[in-house]
Design a protein around this ligand. Structure first.
Ligand code: EPU
Length: 416
């Protein structure tokens, strides 16, 4: 199995271009199911998770062609409304086909995703929302089976802010009869990106990006072209890579306002940043101060950056408390960072990180994408070699990681 070997200690310098956002591209690709017309999607990153959703749509009968970063998706002849266990178990976001399938065909059979490394991650709120819209739902043989002649607009309030839950119900509501109001909706930029694409195709949606989204159902959603927004988590990860190596890194083709919470924490840690309209430069020449971080739904500090900021705090001056509030078990990276010499104690949802002068390279692995990213971040400053195994997790969410980091001056190779 492939692994990545990093020899730490190189100061990163230069510019890195950010790819399209994985978590925008996934619902946007799923939304092509809503129409019989072709969708032309640009800036779709070359990632394992994107291949998975592509395979899922293809096995339902969609025709998909990739040309570089452009994906042509035609769901006209979709013949199956089933998302099989074999695919859903490899990627939970497969559940994003549920809303569009029910909206267009009045039925869907989607394998229930099980728990995953970072938490139990149920989809009860997706299901409850569809039921509020008049769908009949049965859980049978590990699958959720949903039926509805035509979904009806409804007022839906989410108990917990859920990103894919909001996206699924927004896609369901665009073809429903009447008005749907999603209360306590997720405000993440990925929700807004999906809404913008749906609006371009004839959907009537107001309020995306706020906690109340109002969707007036229409009878048809067209095909169209759309450019997926840049990946804010990939951007944040490279900023942290620059910061931890005392580097000077410009992260380009990103949307700086999506990174406000991350930039604020970097600033508080004594790391200088310069923001332009579509890039952020990080200049780290004065060490790293300890800061406390609490993950929250957007616009709070993203849970998808928690592991990477923890690696940074592991070599800071002082003590920081990192609190994970979104997922119940997102500290898989902690034992591995400890093996690299980090001083981290876990107390419930809090990780208490006492900065050490040096980390030391070690063979490590993680069972989650962002946990793996934090090991890369740590490996960049660790003394000696860090060997990261199970890198298929990195391939799910970071495009050409070794190439991008090598160009910045890191000593990183992938070996089979
Ligand atoms: N939740 C429920 N019931 C539901 C749905 C969610 O209890 O029906 C809970 C979850 O268990 C969790 C919280 O609500 O504790 C928030 O989960 P959310 O539904 O927002 O997560 P998600 O939609 O499954 C997306 C991203 C994740 C990211 C989270 C939080 C995609 C494809 N995935 O997941 O991305 O961590 O939002 O921002 O958009 C990643 O990219 O590495 C990743 C895990």
């Amino acid at each position: 199995m492939d692994k990545v070997i990093i020899t730490g200690g190189k100061r990163l310098k230069g510019e890195v271009e950010i790819s399209g956002a994985k978590n925008s591209a996934l619902p946007i690709i799923a939304s092509s199911i809503l129409s019989t017309e072709e969708c032309i999607l640009k800036n779709v990153p070359l990632l394992k998770d994107i291949q998975t959703i592509q395979r899922l749509l293809e096995c339902m009968g969609a025709r998909i062609q990739r040309d570089g970063y452009t994906l042509n998706v035609n769901a006209k002849d979709l013949k199956s409304c089933e998302a099989p266990y074999e695919l859903v178990k490899t990627m939970r976001a497969s559940v994003l086909v549920l809303g569009p399938l029910v909206a267009r065909f009045g039925e869907a059979r989607v394998s229930l995703p099980g728990g995953c490394a970072i938490g139990t991650r149920p989809i009860n709120l997706h299901i409850a929302g569809l039921q509020r819209m008049g769908a009949e739902v049965e859980i049978k043989h590990g699958y959720v089976e949903v039926r509805a002649k035509r979904l009806k607009g409804a007022k839906i309030y989410f108990d917990i802010s859920t990103v894919t839950g909001t996206e699924n119900l927004m896609m369901a509501a665009v073809l429903a009869e009447g008005v749907t109001v999603l209360g306590n909706a997720a405000c993440e930029p990925e929700v807004v990106d999906l809404a913008n694409f749906l609006i371009k195709r004839g959907a009537r949606i107001q309020g995306a990006g706020t906690d109340t989204i109002i969707i007036e159902g229409v009878s048809k959603i067209r095909g169209d072209s759309y450019e997926v927004m840049p990946d804010r988590i990939e951007a944040g990860t490279y900023l942290v890579c620059g910061a931890i190596t005392g580097g000077d890194v410009t992260v380009s083709r990103c949307i700086p306002s999506h990174l406000d919470a991350v930039l604020m924490k970097l600033g508080a840690a004594g790391i200088k940043t310069e923001v332009s309209s579509d890039s952020v430069r990080v200049i780290a020449d004065n060490g790293i101060s300890a800061v406390d971080v609490r993950t929250m739904p957007y616009p709070g500090f993203p849970t998808d950056m928690q592991a990477q900021i923890m690696a940074l705090m592991a070599v800071s001056r002082g003590l920081s408390v990192i609190t994970e509030t979104v997922f119940e078990n997102r500290y898989i990276h902690v034992p591995e960072l400890r093996r690299m010499g980090a001083n981290i104690k876990l107390q419930g949802n809090d990780a208490i990180v006492e900065g050490v002068k040096k980390l030391s390279g070690a063979p490590v692995m993680a069972t989650d994408l962002r946990a793996s990213a934090s090991l890369v971040v740590a490996g960049l400053v660790a003394e000696g070699k860090t060997e990261i195994q199970r890198i298929y997790h990195l391939d799910r969410g970071y495009e050409r990681l070794e190439e991008k980091l090598s160009r910045l001056g890191a000593d990183i190779v992938r070996v089979s």
